[in-house]
Design a protein around this ligand. Structure first.
Ligand code: ZN
Length: 139
């Protein structure tokens, strides 16, 4: 099996229940946030009592954009370049997050469709390891 590394630490994890985003939730007002934060993002809340929480896996595709040309550095991608979609997803927890879409043909994506969090490779590094990130896959 190909060795895997995470594109960034502290943003997502494969848990016993499946892939999850690593977020925070305010104990005072219940507002979730991603990525983790020491401060509550709710402008009406002045009592930041944050605790770590898992977010996902289900959500609804709110919007998406096609990355039709290779992104500039420091972004990386597999050669030859394949256009991909970036989705904006409303998680069931009441939080809007961004992630790459896991779909063969980005033109088939439908705003409003149900999606699920997944952890997949985005490129292979110089040492032959799969670099993993979170994505959203239509159900
Ligand atoms: Zn709060």
């Amino acid at each position: 099996m190909t060795e895997q590394i995470l594109v960034a630490e502290g943003f997502f994890a494969e848990t016993a229940d499946g892939p999850r985003l690593l977020g925070s939730r305010c104990r005072s007002c219940e507002a979730p946030c991603f990525p983790r934060s020491a401060l509550c993002r709710n402008p009406d809340c002045d009592d930041s009592q944050m605790e770590e929480t898992h977010l996902g896996p289900r959500g609804t595709l709110w919007s998406c954009a096609l990355q039709n040309y290779p992104p500039p550095p420091p972004a990386r991608y597999e050669e030859p370049y394949q256009p991909y979609a970036i989705g904006v997803v409303d998680l069931d927890e009441g939080l809007r997050v961004v992630g790459r879409m896991s779909v063969d043909d980005p033109m088939t994506l439908q705003v409003g469709s149900d999606v699920e969090l997944t952890i997949e490779p985005i490129w292979r590094d110089d040492e032959g390891r799969d670099v993993m990130t979170w994505k959203f896959k239509p159900l």
